[in-house]
Write a protein that binds this ligand. Sequence first.
Ligand code: GUN
Length: 288
Amino acid sequence: MTAKILHGDKIADKYRKQIANDIRQRTKQGYRPPVLAVILVGDDPASTIYVRNKRRVCEEVGVNSIDHNLSANISQIELIALINKLNDDPEVDGILVQMPLPKQINPDAILEAIDPEKDVDGFSPYNLGRLAQGRPHLRSCTPAGVMLLLQETATNLPGKVATVVGTSNIVGKPMLLELLLAGCTITACNKRTVDLASAVKRADILVVAVGQQNLIKGEWIKPGSIVIDVGMNRRDDGTLTGDVEFAAAKERAAWITPVPRGVGPMTITCLMNNVLLANINQQLKESA
Ligand code: GUN
């Protein structure tokens, strides 16, 4: 079997057009467009590229992005003061603090400082807790994007065996919760899991988010399964690759995401969707 490719860029484009259309319709009805505050601390090259991409998609769908480019030396207190100001600003719908942060800043303290109603990354304890209770509010963007990719495969998810490799707070854990909510039987693994091969071999749905090139061997892939590779690693020649041995896995899976242009575009699309939701909620609050 040769897998069908889940082209995240094309699928993301379809959803972005819908979001742009919703924003246009709301603007015609007299609502103000969604506003996203984007905070970048320092000049980490990867973060700078991610933020540039997010700002470009904001423009594409009609979200106003307000840039806050801060010095790498900023203190935690100063950053929290800015977040508090944005929390209190009724003209700001979403707040995104690009991770990772410099070492003088505790990322957990920052994520807790963001008003959960403006936490468009879906990273706050409140939003993760809501997902854990099976009643999501603003959902973590990468796992939400993966669920849209799974929808494209028209697979009946309840009862399927789903293995997630990588258990970070921003991808692996919310991914497990999304799959649980969809009725899957879930297994949480990390790169140190003893006999990772067995856990992968029984997966009807495999999601890998570790950040280690070739961690998942092609021969471990269950024939006919869905393989979602969230990994983003740079080869020595500068090109990008995921965590799964793509060429070999493609010969066994039914569906597989490429890297790049697989999961990445879906993450930004779900971010835009969250900004629109936060904007709608904010305006409902104002009119109540
Ligand atoms: N760093 C890596 N991925 C992300 C993301 O999705 N959001 C934020 N804020 N930072 C990140």
